[in-house]
Design a binder for this molecule. Sequence first.
Ligand SMILES: [Zn+2]
Ligand SMILES: [Zn+2]
Length: 261
Amino acid sequence: MNLSNFFARRFDNRFWRSGAGGPVAALWSRLLGGLQRALPQACMLCAAPSGNALLCARCNDALPRIGIACPSCGLPSTRLAVCGACLARPPPFVAAIAAWTYEFPIDQLLQAFKYGTALALAEPLAGELAAAVRRRTDTRADAIVALPLSPSRQRQRGFNQAHEIARRVAVSLRLPLLRGLARVRDSPPQATLAWSDRSRNVRGAFVGDASLRGRTVAIVDDVMTTGATLAAAAEAARRAGALGVEAWVVARTLPPVDSSS
Ligand SMILES: [Zn+2]
Ligand SMILES: [Zn+2]
């Protein structure tokens, strides 16, 4: 049986609601870690033996990591400088950091994580994001906030995948995790819309509170596609008094290839 799914079914969101987690969460985390170390498991992607890791070494080495990227939008680039698109239209975040491009097999892993069949992935996904942040020298974030879901979507899903990653990144980087953003308006999922319509769809969807004032906050999400949702959240954070906003994501979708060139 797939050990990751076995554990995922036993993740109970109630234990995790209180930010850093209470004694039950700490105990559960130790138990989970102990079991994962004690039992050999199969790679989530190819089912080869993977020791105590979720992926075997071969699959892990083949993941689409982002190397050199535009510091402003996080898209892969040939040089470490702000790209032409960001110079022409600076995004409302001062830096964007992504661990991987949103391609196979990261897309599969993130889908499994987001829809609750592989919650145990939160740990390695957050670990990779924290490592990507550590490699960047231009980050100024002094607090982390998860991109919120609307209350109805959160109820439907039972957890917020961005929060599951954000709280682990916060622990790893020793930064406070704030709950200063709320999603006040539900809108059709961005995936159902053309890229050009996404900005309008999320405008005004977020509000920030006073806890963001004077902070440079990193908004954490699982995937950045056009960046429209993170931009709307960043604008809300700025309106609430944040000095600067960064976007930290596990994976960055590459823009569609222009078929005319
Ligand atoms: Zn594998
Ligand atoms: Zn850029």
